[in-house]
Design a protein around this ligand. Structure first.
Ligand SMILES: Nc1ncnc2c1ncn2[C@@H]1O[C@H](COP(=O)(O)OP(=O)(O)OP(=O)(O)O)[C@@H](O)[C@H]1O
Length: 225
């Protein structure tokens, strides 16, 4: 097998009972770029994303990261390299500063201030209780918590769905900054203007199958949106 930077999906199938959520998907998700995964509801987009940090495993086929099978990597170590920002923010602690230290206990005050700044939250938010945050603020804290671990890959699962314009702009900027710094972004989104704005590469799924891939300018699915 040749060395392929980024993820390589090799005939990946995911079955649940009689249902094929993904069906023989072969794809490359290049390192250092933003790849968007698009397609209609139920196409298997979130399932694909969840495979990339092993929240799920393929039923058959395999996934390689920089030519190493994910199955050979220790799961927690993989999740530090491949950070997920989910559609619904899930906060795990009572205070924002504590939340940012979930994956990196030694985070300094200075670094916490920097992370809050990156996600457009004022410094005083470090002392805020997580229970009082708005949906957009909670999503930005989740993004900061993921960035705190400095993952090489950022998985964004519908991160801007039903959020305010400021939060959407912050997440878009974070995705751009991540690839500009050499990192990899995999974005699942129904927001086709967002996809056109930040993705260099698009995968189109339909009924669990990869039906098109390439540059956003050459993807009919984006034109229809
Ligand atoms: N555990 C499961 N058992 C059976 N079917 C499942 C299971 N998990 C997901 N599905 C189904 O698999 C299909 C793919 O789900 P997935 O969440 O990956 O789609 P999606 O493309 O992300 O959809 P959306 O855009 O609506 O979020 C859906 O039809 C879903 O209902």
């Amino acid at each position: 097998m040749s060395t392929v930077p980024g993820f390589l999906l090799d005939r990946v199938t995911v079955t649940r009972g009689p249902t094929r959520l993904l069906d023989g998907v072969c794809a490359r998700l290049p390192a250092g770029a933003c790849t968007a995964v698009v397609g209609p509801s139920g196409a298997g987009k979130s399932t694909l994303l969840r495979l990339l940090n092993r929240l799920e495993d393929p039923s058959t086929g395999q996934i390689l990261l920089n030519s190493t099978p994910l199955a050979e990597l220790e799961v927690l170590a993989l999740r530090r390299r491949v950070g997920l920002v989910a559609q619904q923010p899930v906060l795990l602690t009572n205070h924002v500063a504590e939340e940012l230290r979930v994956g990196r206990a030694e985070l300094t005050e200075h670094r916490i201030q920097h992370l809050l700044d990156l996600v457009g939250l004022p410094a005083r938010f470090a002392q805020r209780r997580t229970s009082g945050l708005s949906g957009g603020e909670a999503q930005r804290v989740c993004l900061a918590r993921t960035l705190a671990v400095e993952p090489e890959v950022l998985l964004l699962d519908e991160p801007t769905a039903a959020l305010d314009a400021v939060t959407t702009a912050v997440i878009t900027e974070a995705a751009r900054n991540h690839t500009a710094a050499g990192g990899t972004v995999i974005l699942v989104s129904h927001d086709l203007p967002l996809v056109r704005g930040i993705a260099e590469h698009v995968l189109v799924l339909h009924h669990g199958r990869l039906v098109a891939h390439g540059h956003p300018d050459h993807i009919d699915y984006l034109e229809a949106g």
